[in-house]
Design a protein around this ligand. Structure first.
Ligand SMILES: *Cc1c(COP(=O)(O)O)cnc(C)c1O
Length: 461
């Protein structure tokens, strides 16, 4: 059993022993962690008894909300029946088979096979291994290069972080690994001001073709992208971007990989982000929403083009994880996907709360601090600016996003700051009344941030 302790005691033991991910350890030790003790629906409670609206779904994953009985029962029953067996050495388990079957059903028609992993990062490591193997089997081993985007997030293993385009991550540890290269992201505020969004989308896609020609088309294995960049700050591409990317990949025969770790399983109001944006990937990475985060699971959907080559000509694929197809994780994923179907959560986002959130964000756009307010399904981002008309950024030294995030924490709302972009991705089960509650909290935090900016003189100059 886990003992009962005071907040202070938890914090002391935490900083004495626990190295957190993506954390400045001295700063955490000074402030002390926030201790989350329980959750229900879209709310969390901390060790001080504060109730918090979780507008980030944990970490983009708790799509069906907390406390869902079907997932809890699926895990406990499977733990009792068969807590673990591997899928190496020509063995399998019923939950892994049933999940593979259901995934083939809910994903786009080109997918009838899955490779299981333990996380999104491991899924993307699998992508790197698999696309290089594919070209090797086809007798084109020089096709090694994978093109990704700056400010993409594809996980934190060596391959995941290399595919990602986070400069701070590359600086620590000699990344990217060889034969991974990046183009600029389709972020209109950064690269497209003065152009229509549609023209900018075509321009940003053309950077892929330029890179392919620079590298040499005969050396390029694949292009990978998130339909909407999540951790990069909810960067929603123009509608023209992905169809153009598809054409370019087709033109050079390059594999197209959609990292659906955030966008998959209903987040965009479609089952998968590629369906929202009208492209047809050869491989799709998934994790997070596949189990609503109740238990770790990730993997790669393998399209027929690649699966056929690996199955018919590939011999042994020298890759896999102890937990590939973990029976408990697969049982939870099965229950989760069936619940998404039963509750019609994809339709709920597409027809009801998605458009409702879009309307609310259009109103938030009028707040003097907000430069752009965008949503895609149940993802949203507000860019905080000094001058709304000119989209003038704040002095980076101010850290306006962190100031706003501080007010959110203090007012019972979890909203994340990525630079000056304030982002949300609430559980898909959120109701209209709860959207109202969330937006009222956001508005209050924007007002408090504006008051700070006025008091401190951050709006001048
Ligand atoms: C979170 C994330 C990953 C990494 O998943 P982990 O389970 O943390 O390894 C990969 N891709 C995207 C788009 C993500 O958001």
């Amino acid at each position: 059993m886990i003992p009962t302790r005071t907040t202070r005691e938890w914090q002391a033991a935490d900083s004495a022993h626990f190295l957190h991910p993506f954390t400045d350890y001295q700063s955490l030790a000074r402030k002390g962690s926030r201790v989350i003790t329980r959750a229900d629906n879209i709310y969390l409670w901390d060790s001080e008894g504060h109730k918090i609206l979780d507008a980030m779904s944990g970490l983009w994953c708790v799509n069906v909300g907390y406390g869902q009985r079907a997932l809890i029962d699926a895990a406990t029953q499977q733990l009792a029946e068969l807590p673990f067996y591997n899928s190496f050495f020509q063995t399998t388990t019923p939950p892994a088979v049933a999940l593979a079957e259901l995934l083939a059903e809910v994903t786009p028609p080109q997918f009838s096979h899955v490779f299981f992993a333990g996380s999104g990062s491991e899924g993307n490591d699998t992508v790197v291994r698999m696309v290089r193997r594919y070209w090797q089997v086809l007798g084109q081993p020089e096709r090694q290069v994978i093109i990704s985007r700056h400010n993409a997030y594809h996980g934190s293993t060596m391959a995941g972080a290399s595919l990602g385009g986070m400069a701070a991550m590359h600086e620590q540890g000699g990344l990217p690994i060889p034969n991974i290269t990046h183009i600029d992201q389709p972020y209109w505020v950064q690269h497209g001001q003065g152009m229509s969004r549609d023209d900018f989308g075509r321009l940003a896609a053309s950077w892929l073709e330029r890179k392919i020609l620079e590298v040499g088309p005969e050396k390029v294995a694949a292009f990978i992208g998130e339909p909407v960049q999540g951790a990069g700050g909810v960067i929603i591409p123009p509608e023209t971007y992905w169809p153009e990317i598809q054409k370019i990949c087709d033109r050079y025969g390059i594999l197209l990989v959609s990292d659906e770790v955030i966008c998959g399983f209903g987040r965009t109001g479609h089952w998968f982000g590629c369906e929202r944006f009208g492209f047809r990937p050869d491989l799709m990475t998934f994790a997070k929403g596949v189990t609503s985060g109740y238990i770790p699971l990730g993997g790669v959907m393998v399209g027929d083009r690649v699966a056929r080559v690996l199955i018919e000509q590939g011999g042994e694929f020298e890759h896999g994880y102890t937990y590939s197809g973990h029976p408990v994780a697969c049982a939870v994923a099965l229950a989760n996907i069936r619940l998404i179907q039963q509750l019609k959560l994809v339709e709920h986002v597409h027809d009801d709360v998605g458009p409702y959130l879009a309307q609310a964000f259009a109103q938030l756009a009028e707040h003097p601090l907000v430069g752009t307010a965008e949503t895609c399904g149940l993802m949203g981002a507000l860019l905080l600016v000094k001058d709304q008309a000119k989209l003038t950024p704040f002095d980076p030294a101010v850290g306006i996003g962190m100031v706003c995030r501080g007010h959110c924490f203090a007012n019972g709302l979890i909203m994340r700051a990525v630079g000056d972009r304030m982002i949300i991705a609430p559980p898909l089960v959120i109701t209209r009344a709860q959207v109202d509650e969330m937006v009222a909290l956001i508005r209050r935090c924007l007002d408090l941030t504006l008051a700070d900016a006025q008091r401190q003189g951050w709006l001048q100059g």
